[in-house]
Design a protein around this ligand. Sequence first.
Ligand code: KIV
Length: 258
Amino acid sequence: MSAALLSDAERLASGSLSMVTCYDYSFAKALDGICDYYLVGDSVGMVVYGDFDTKSMDLPTLERHVRAVCRGAKQTHVVADMPIHSYDSSEDAAKAAALFKAAGAHSVKVEGASATTLEAIKAIRAVLPVMGHVGLTPQLLDAYKVQGRDEQSALRILEEALALQNAGCFAVVLECIPAALAQKITQVLRIPTIGIGAGPHCTGQVLVLYDLLGLYGDLQPKFVKRYADLGQAARDALQKYVQEVRERTFPDDGHSFK
Ligand code: KIV
């Protein structure tokens, strides 16, 4: 890890943790150093490739995106999402983590807390630190809906988060669960919780970059807040360019070689 990156303790001392997904070199460079973590999420399948869900992502594709983000991120910790089936065995998991490490990632994220995943975490930790992910885990579920609404499933999610902590995860993402459950898990765990659709009581928050910038509108979950409308800004810019090309005012002398 480069000297410019903060330790988790330093990050926590500066307030809540912030994480955003990032999938490419240009965004990684333009936004470097603003938030604590870039997550090269398997959501890249949906927002960049237009896939139906995240299950289409594979290791070579994710590795390519991780490499691109790491080239642009000089001050931001890069978490590489382990795609579905890349940690079905401890051996595969360690190989995938080694690939992400070679690409420049500082840690990886896995979904769920099955016995296989907990075993895989041990193998991965020999290579890179591991972030867990419970609640709505898109690799393991077919429907995107709030999890942990009843007592039994809430207890299961709490137990999974504890199991991930005991397996050595350095943080855990809580996705789409009631705020009170996220608060309880955050109180019980020693490690930071990073929420998405999990209310205000988590140690930190994560959002999909294209959601917060207004570039992806296929899904508009309640928990997403749009901080910009880059989709509209991009359309306006393109319209201006097309207009100038049609009027033959672009390129002008300032954008031509003598
Ligand atoms: O892939 C992703 O974007 C994620 C976040 C939603 C946490 O896993």
